[in-house]
Design a protein around this ligand. Structure first.
Ligand code: ADP
Ligand code: MG
Length: 236
């Protein structure tokens, strides 16, 4: 499996607080990579750097063979819209919109006709077992249902990588299993890579591979390769 997204030697501090201190990690096309570590170990910062939301102080993020350093904000945000999908722990759905309209929104923003956007959104809600609730608003959904809608919305644009930061952090065990089972099933079908940030072993167990952060440094904890393939192995 070839490397799709790689971070090499990332450092990032907030004022005098170091969040990343030379973190390297490689994400291969279609794989589910868990990023684990204690609270404050730098997981969210690493995810934000990989997703092009935060620029590292030093080090390089390379996507599909191109370093993101040279991208201006406009190109970065275009890349996030076309190639990346993002899901957070909670609160990212728009409360005034139905589940269907929440999922259709990225397609509407991309200029797709309303009927097309709704058809696509419907299909994604179906994959996540949420089609019967498409007319409900986020406030009428359980936490697990809302997260499945959020995942459908992250995947509706057919991204190459989905970034999920503690996506089940607010859910109970059963809802966590339902959300992750439908996520894994779906990304296997679409060959979408997932960067799954979690501090829970139960969640990391769904991944193909796990990288653990400790004080802002990444280490491979399972799988065949060490974390952070050299740049010569990054696909061009
Ligand atoms: P994790 O997601 O593993 O809990 P974070 O990446 O959120 O770790 O945080 C790593 C370190 O950086 C922590 O010490 C945290 O307090 C600090 N930090 C993260 N974001 C900010 C921020 N916006 N401002 C100041 N400090 C931050
Ligand atoms: Mg975090």
């Amino acid at each position: 499996m070839s490397t799709l997204l790689a971070a090499e030697g990332l450092t990032k501090s907030y004022g005098s607080t170091p969040a990343l201190r030379g973190a390297s990690v490689a994400v291969r096309a279609g794989e589910i990579l868990a990023v684990t570590g204690a609270s404050g170990s730098g997981k969210s910062t690493l995810l934000h750097c990989l997703a092009g939301i935060v620029r590292p102080d030093a080090g390089t993020v390379t996507y599909a063979g191109t370093p993101l350093d040279g991208y201006d904000e406009e190109r970065l945000s275009a890349l996030r819209r076309t190639d990346f999908g993002i899901v957070f722990q909670f609160g990212q759905l728009i409360p005034e919109l139905t589940a269907l309209d929440n999922v259709a929104l990225p397609l509407l923003l991309a200029g797709r006709p309303r009927a097309v956007a709704h058809n696509e959104a419907d299909a994604w809600l179906e994959r996540f077992g949420m089609r019967g609730r498409r007319e409900l608003r986020p406030g009428e959904l359980s936490g697990g249902q809302a997260q499945r809608v959020a995942l459908a919305r992250a995947l509706v644009t057919a991204p190459k990588v989905v970034f999920a930061d503690e996506p089940t952090g607010a859910l109970d065990t059963l809802a966590t299993e339902q959300v992750l089972t439908s996520l894994v099933h779906t990304v296997r079908e679409t060959h979408t890579a997932v960067v799954l940030v979690t501090h829970e072993a139960q969640v990391a167990a769904y991944a193909d591979r796990e990288v653990s952060l400790r004080d802002g440094v990444a280490q491979e904890t399972s799988g065949a390769f060490a974390s952070g393939l050299p740049s010569s192995e990054v696909t061009r």
